[in-house]
Design a protein around this ligand. Sequence first.
Ligand code: SAM
Length: 623
Amino acid sequence: MQQSTLPPATESAELIWRDGVPESATFGDVYFNRDDGLAEVRHVFVGPSQLPERFRQVSAQGHFVIAESGFGTGLNFLAAWSEWMSQRPLDDNAILHFVSVERYPLTRSDLVTALSHWPELRQLADELIELYPPLIKGTHRLVLAGGKVRLTLHFGDIAEALKQLTFKADAWFLDGFTPSQNPEMWHSGIIELVAEHCKTGTTLATFTSAGAVRRSLIECGFDIKIHPGFSHKRDMLVGQYTAGQPSREPAGGHSVAIIGAGIAGTALAWNLADRGLSVLLIDQAAEPGSAASGNPQGALYVKLGVEYNTQTELAAMALSFSQRFYGAWQSDFWHPTGLLQLASNPQEADRQRRFCERNNYPSDLMVPVDAIEASQIAGIPIRHPGLWFPGSGWLAPAEACARLTTHPRIKTQFDCQIASLQPCNNQWCIRTDRGEDLHAQSVVIAGGHEAAKLVPLPGELKLKPIRGQTTQLPEPMFNLPRTVICGSRYLNPGINGNATTGATFDLRDNNPTPTVASNQENLEALREMLPATSTSNAPDADQLEGRVAFRCTTHDYQPVAGLLQGSDGTPVDGLYLMTGLGSKGLAWAPLLAEYLGDVITDQPRCLSSRLAKPLETRRLYRT
Ligand code: SAM
């Protein structure tokens, strides 16, 4: 849409980082008095891009990608989404991807005000508002309309976004303020980047008819035509990319086998099945979530670094994506009680002090609290300050794994050991210990610390199991909080008469049986961190139940998700690895599943290339 002026950069949004310019803006009248906005969107973008016809032509397993410069209120997005829903049959699996960039994102409350202008889009707007991400720089993925619509929303500058994002558009909407007012969004370097995200036949529509923009577009390979503009605007531009490669039709009926039915494997199975793929989920155990994902309760948390580097950004994105993902399972296995991360020792207090000085996270993700506020939030006396994550909580991991296998396109094979994994006739053949051969076009190894021995390549992978024992605390014998508390231990609120605390971190111990010593260690650490939880009739360690599991960690404590590479970096076609989630599997799994889902189906990636790089498998080889 044409806007005449660039909004002033002000402090309106809660954004982002203290270092650097405030990247937020108030939009005032620019957005809030636009009764003809929807007619304009249809005239400038929907019609000239021939969306209705092209949407109808997408195959039942296919996808269509719209890319946009300038998300603003999301009106273009909602209009495209609404058109998609009206053109597609109710029961298909095709996906509309919308990739948009916004340097000055609206706050949620400004978004509510702006979108209230279009009652006909109310239902879609409400869903967008509900899932609107925290205002953190970087790439956010929103899964809407039950997975039929996926929004990749990058908060940051367009140039940086287009260098980092991986996608090819079917249609480009060049929006943004007028080129004369906002030249940095329209210069030839940006148009070159736009062209890099095109394939033969990609269309382009823009409200502007500025000569410089038209010339740049032609130079970059677009065939450009002038169309009548909207309302008082005489002209606008419509184009088609004539250079590049034609689009590849997605292969229908793609089958994927996933080895490992923990939270990584089941989240991925759900993700792929939801995109229309047939999934075979295999595990040696008798049921899903039997190993590291089998504790009665698990906290949803990440530790955000003092520096906002790639690792921190990945962790923040994983946390916020997982909160949105689990939000759909609230009446089921997800308990959004909020989570306190306590500064329970001098080192952590110092770390949190530096973290708070350095960063300014939006309050919907995280707020620093003092000991009094922490006590009020948790409902028990707490002596330490900490960080409050209002959108976090805990889940019942084994229940989560079980629910995530219930998709009708997932078949399961439990009690099934893998004897070998080999390529055969452009597929993978999985031989089981029963002598049965299972086939799939792609295989994902998500077998925790046992993944290493399943990889059919020479070389040893740097994956190690770390023992963790949790302890069950009977409810009347302990004072339990109403939120999750993390520090040197985590403690969950009670459920069905028990609360889970833990876990030990036993580097050189492979004992699979719970021990009294580990229960004792958990109790002592808990007493130290939260003395108020103890009561006079608290039982001894030998009267408590424990559970042992082995987390799978990598040498750099970062997870792994991607196409398997040999030690020389050569990719192995159709074979993927997803493991190394450590003790943060509940937070990592949904985003990494979404990312691998994008990779396997060749859809726009939810992670920038900078964030995807540290997930690669090659780094795992011992040299
Ligand atoms: N498509 C929007 C909608 O449907 O509401 C309207 C977009 S508005 C006309 C232009 C947007 O471009 C503004 O929200 C503005 O903040 C954003 N913008 C301006 N310069 C930018 C830049 N360099 N990088 C990314 N976004 C930018």
